[in-house]
Write a protein that binds this ligand. Structure first.
Ligand code: NAD
Length: 321
């Protein structure tokens, strides 16, 4: 069995390679060549932690396995990342365990890659202003991946906890873009693309705050009960997702579907756009919304890529098992 420790990942995979892996697996899902299995995610009643499994199989790449882990909100105070996860890959021909791969950085990279894929395929080509809602650990990865997709001229941001906004300011500075903290009215009025990545359980962005032509990537809602935007926005928008089953159960669309504002059959898999089976954005005034719920196949795709690179570069540890 190969082991690729968390500390080795940063030197192995680039955001560009993560983007390619995630875009390819979204395409494979829409073509029904890759499947996610039902997600297990439970509040374990200890340390406010959410713990679970995401798994799947890609018949094309033969990536088979799972990501196990979750969210420990008290970790930051311990100097650790709140999200903790590990990917286990299995040999699709024998069922034997193939590799144990650190999943923390990979989770951030594959999540940022997903919203970036949505921006590449759905945002207006002339998008200039990126609006960020959320300033936690993932937000910096989201911003770095998003700005590669269009010629953004500035970034604006809002966060419930204003003391965290310095992360967005620093990241924008690193990327050579001006940053301004704004209220939600300004954020909606000025942004061409909005990325939300929070742990919110109530709508943050309201329908009246979103103007025609905006692309919104809702990336924080990955559990039943969470919500980042007004359900009415999903009624007005064309809604895309990584996987419809997750979108309507644990994703942002759960609320609009429950309220009868959106039908599951009207939600489009982003892979259909990548494959050319759906036209994507139909015009400059359309609101497009990507419900990025986070699927196991994303984790397997980036972990399989890392494993190949780690073996190639002699960084993977071979353990008798
Ligand atoms: P974090 O703990 O570092 O940051 C949390 C963010 O949410 C901060 O911006 C914080 O101010 C904000 N927030 C917290 N409570 C809030 C509330 N009640 N209302 C509004 N905002 C609130 O977390 P992170 O690592 O940046 O992750 C952010 C979210 O993204 C998490 O909820 C996580 O589950 C989700 N996530 C989703 C995916 C996916 O694939 N869709 C992947 C990774 C993380």
């Amino acid at each position: 069995m190969w082991v690729v420790p968390e500390a080795a990942i940063a030197d192995l995979i680039t955001p560009e390679a993560s983007f390619e892996a995630v875009e390819a697996v979204f395409a494979a899902m829409a073509a029904e060549r890759a499947y996610n299995f039902p997600v297990i995610r439970e509040a374990i009643g200890h340390g406010d932690a959410l713990y679970g499994f995401k798994s799947g199989f890609d018949r094309e790449s033969l990536a088979l396995g799972l990501k196990s882990g979750g969210y420990w909100p008290g970790n930051e105070a311990r100097g650790l990342t709140n999200h903790q996860s590990t990917v286990i890959l299995f040999d699709a021909d024998t069922g034997r365990v193939k590799a144990l791969v650190g999943g923390n950085l990979l989770t951030a990279l594959r999540t940022a890659a997903a919203s970036a894929v949505s921006i590449r395929h759905l945002a207006r080509k002339d998008a200039k202003v990126l609006g960020m809602i959320g300033a936690g650990h993932q937000s910096a990865f989201q911003m770095r991946a998003a700005v590669k997709q269009r010629d953004f001229e500035r970034v604006i941001g809002w966060n419930l906890h204003p003391e965290m906004l310095s992360r967005l300011a620093q990241t924008a500075d690193e990327l050579g873009l001006p940053f301004e903290a704004v209220d939600l009215d300004r954020l909606g009025a000025d942004s061409d693309v909005i990325v939300s990545i929070t742990s919110s359980f109530d709508p943050i962005l309201l329908d009246a705050q979103v103007r025609p032509g905006t692309h919104i990537a809702c990336m924080g809602t990955d559990t039943k009960g969470k919500q980042e935007v007004d359900a009415a926005i999903l009624a007005r928008a064309t809604v895309f997702t990584d996987e419809v089953a997750q979108s309507v159960s644990i994703g942002e669309a759960q609320h609009a579907v429950a309220a009868g504002l959106l039908r599951a059959e009207d939600i489009v898999q982003i892979g259909a756009v990548i494959n050319g089976d759906h036209p994507g954005r139909s015009g400059g005034d359309e609101i497009t919304l990507f419900d990025g719920t986070g699927v196991g196949l994303q984790d397997l795709a980036v972990a399989a890529k890392v494993l190949d690179l780690a073996i190639e570069r002699g960084v993977a540890q071979d353990v008798a098992f």
